[in-house]
Design a protein around this ligand. Structure first.
Ligand code: FES
Ligand SMILES: [Fe+2]
Length: 355
C-alpha cells in the first residue's frame, strides 16, 4: 500500500485511490513496444506482444533486478530482460533462459489492464474495497473521430472531477452563466451529475458520469443548434502531487445527418477540432492554472449552495483506504455507514449546516 510522503499533508489527496485509470493511448503502444510509465508513485512497464495483447508489469526483473523498461524487448508473447535475457510469459512465469535453466520461483508481477475506447486502462486496487468493475459502452454512433489531448497538472487528480460539481466556479472562471445543478446521484462507483447553464448566450445541458475517479464522461447538448458533444476526461495520479490528464472530444450536429455520410463526418470533424482548440483547451487551461497552485483542503469552508461538493467528496472517499482520512473525516464516514445515510443526504445536510 502506498503511503503519503512526509511532505504531503493534503489528507485523502495524498493517498492513491482504487479504480480504472488510463496509462496511455492505445495508439502509443504498437506491437513490440515497451514503455516505462509513472503511475501512482511508482514506475511500471507496459508492453504489447506481437499478437496485440497488453501487459503491465513491475519494472524490476525477479532474477537479479534489471529494469525491463530500459532495454527489455518483446519476443513473440514474452518480454525479455536486457540483463541475462530471461524471457517471461503473459502469466509472469519465466519460460526461457539462454542456458535452459530456469529459476524455479521467478515470477514477474503484473496488473489487470484493458483497452477501452482507444485507451489503455489499469486497475488499481485499494485493499478489498473494490473489485474491477465493468465499464459502459460509449455510444459514438454518428460522431466524428475523437480529437485528443494530454496535459499534466500539480496536486490531486480529484481537481478535475470535483470541477464538475463546483457550481460557483463556472461563471468567474469560464463565464458560463445561470448554472443550475440537480443534486448529484451516487450509485456505487458511479456519480451522476446534471446541470444546465448558458454558454455564449445559448442554453446548454450537461450530463456528467463519473466512473470512479479515473473516468469522466460529459455529454453536452444544445437543442436549438442540434449540437451534441461528448467529452471524455481521464485523470491519473502519477505521483504524490502530480497527475496526468488525457481527454477526447467527439461531436455531432443533428442537421448534418441528412448529408452524405462522408460529408457529415468531415463537417463534424472540422467543428470538433475548432471547438476543442478554440473553446475547450483555453477553458481547461484556466482550470489548470488554479489547480497547479491550489491547496486541496479536506475541510473546506463552503457556502450554502455548495452541497454537491461534499456529496462528491463523500462519494470519492470510498475509493481510498479507510486509514487515509483524518480522524474527523473518518468519523464522518463511519457515521455515514452506521446511519445508512446516502451521500446525497449528507451532502445537502452539510450545506444546511453552513447556513
Ligand atoms: S536480471 Fe533479468 S534476467 Fe537476470
Ligand atoms: Fe472548470
Amino acid at each position: 500500500m502506498t503511503m503519503p510522503t512526509s511532505s504531503d499533508q493534503t489528507g485523502q489527496a495524498a493517498f492513491y485511490p482504487s479504480g480504472w485509470f488510463v496509462m496511455c493511448l492505445a495508439s502509443d503502444l504498437k506491437p513490440k513496444t515497451v514503455l516505462t510509465l509513472p503511475f501512482m508513485g511508482s514506475e511500471w512497464v507496459l508492453y504489447r506482444t506481437v499478437s496485440g495483447a497488453v501487459r503491465l508489469v513491475e519494472p524490476y526483473c525477479p532474477h537479479l533486478g534489471a529494469h525491463l523498461g530500459r532495454g527489455g524487448r518483446v519476443e513473440g508473447e514474452n518480454i525479455v530482460c536486457p540483463f541475462h535475457h530471461f524471457a517471461f510469459a503473459a502469466d509472469g512465469q519465466c519460460v526461457h533462459t539462454p542456458s535452459g535453466i530456469k529459476p524455479p520461483n521467478a515470477r514477474l508481477i503484473g496488473r489487470s489492464v484493458q483497452e477501452w475506447n482507444g485507451l489503455i486502462l489499469v486497475w488499481q486496487g485499494s485493499g478489498d474495497q473494490h473489485t474491477p468493475w465493468k465499464l459502459p459502452e460509449l455510444d459514438l454512433d454518428g460522431f466524428c473521430a475523437p480529437v485528443r489531448g494530454r496535459y499534466q497538472a500539480r496536486g490531486t487528480l480529484q481537481n478535475i472531477t470535483e470541477n464538475a460539481v463546483d457550481l460557483n466556479h463556472f461563471a468567474p472562471i469560464h463565464g458560463w452563466m445561470k448554472a443550475l445543478m440537480q443534486p448529484p446521484v451516487a450509485e456505487g462507483h458511479q456519480l451522476n451529475v446534471r446541470f444546465t447553464m448558458e454558454v455564449l448566450g445559448l442554453a446548454v445541458q450537461m450530463d456528467i458520469k463519473l466512473y470512479g475517479l479515473g473516468i469522466m464522461v460529459a455529454q453536452m447538448t444544445q437543442k436549438r443548434l442540434g449540437l451534441h458533444i461528448q467529452l471524455m476526461m481521464t485523470p491519473t495520479q502519477i505521483g504524490p502531487q502530480q497527475w496526468a490528464l488525457k481527454d477526447f472530444m467527439v461531436l455531432r450536429v443533428a442537421r448534418f445527418s441528412g448529408l452524405p455520410r462522408w460529408l457529415g463526418n468531415a463537417l463534424n470533424a472540422v467543428l470538433a477540432r475548432a471547438a476543442y482548440r478554440f473553446w475547450f483547451v483555453p477553458e481547461l487551461k484556466k482550470d489548470i492554472q488554479i489547480w497547479d497552485h491550489r491547496n486541496y483542503d479536506v475541510r473546506p469552508k463552503l457556502t450554502v449552495n455548495e452541497g454537491p461538493i461534499m456529496v462528491y467528496r463523500h462519494w470519492a472517499a470510498q475509493f481510498y483506504p479507510a486509514y487515509a482520512f483524518a480522524p474527523e473525516q473518518q468519523a464522518a464516514t463511519d457515521s455515514l455507514r452506521q446511519n445508512n445515510l446516502s451521500a446525497t443526504t449528507v451532502g445537502w445536510s452539510i450545506a444546511q449546516d453552513n447556513q
